[in-house]
Design a protein around this ligand. Sequence first.
Ligand code: G3P
Length: 213
Amino acid sequence: MKFFIDTASVEEVRRAAALGVADGVTTNPTLLAKESGKPEEIYKEICKVVDGPVCAEAVSLESGDIVKEGRELAAIDEKIVIKIPATREGIVAVKILEAESIRTNVTLIFSPMQALLAARAGASFVCPFVGRLDDASHEGMQLIAEILQMYQNYDLKTEIIVASIRSVLHVKECAMLGAHIATIPLGVIEKLIKHPLTDRGVESFLKDWQKIG
Ligand code: G3P
């Protein structure tokens, strides 16, 4: 499974890269609003740090405007992938941009049918949001299993980026299901390595080492 980092913070991208888990980056307007600096400058800096896709979200609502915005964002760097919400206008824009070899990521996916339409339009990636489904008393991971099954049934090449990940358990479930990519906040990435028995083991080994002198 590839690890993307879900952030607009260049510093966080650097910290994830140091752990070898920055295969790509997803940003969104909410994450960008937490940072200082213009989105375009932030995207450029992030592209210097990672080798993989850097997702930049289009905020237009009408397909023609989304396509225009997508072309402008794609001109920033060849790593840029255009994040487009799973609306009717968004799907129309995906088809046009992918035909121009501009990669797209259909975001805010909450149903298997949205994911199927996005794949049929040629989207390179889809972003189903598991945490927000869990918040609404639905099984977020069930959605991932269903999309994976549908894509497998028809040999669709769209990659699933599991998004809205909130916990270590979410990451484990993504990997058990065989999701292509999980986009994870830095706080959760750093928790993946933590285990109290590891800390206790290090502590007792150090104590015994001191006895040896
Ligand atoms: O990638 C989408 C993610 O940033 C949304 O996360 O926690 O706001 O649902 P959350």
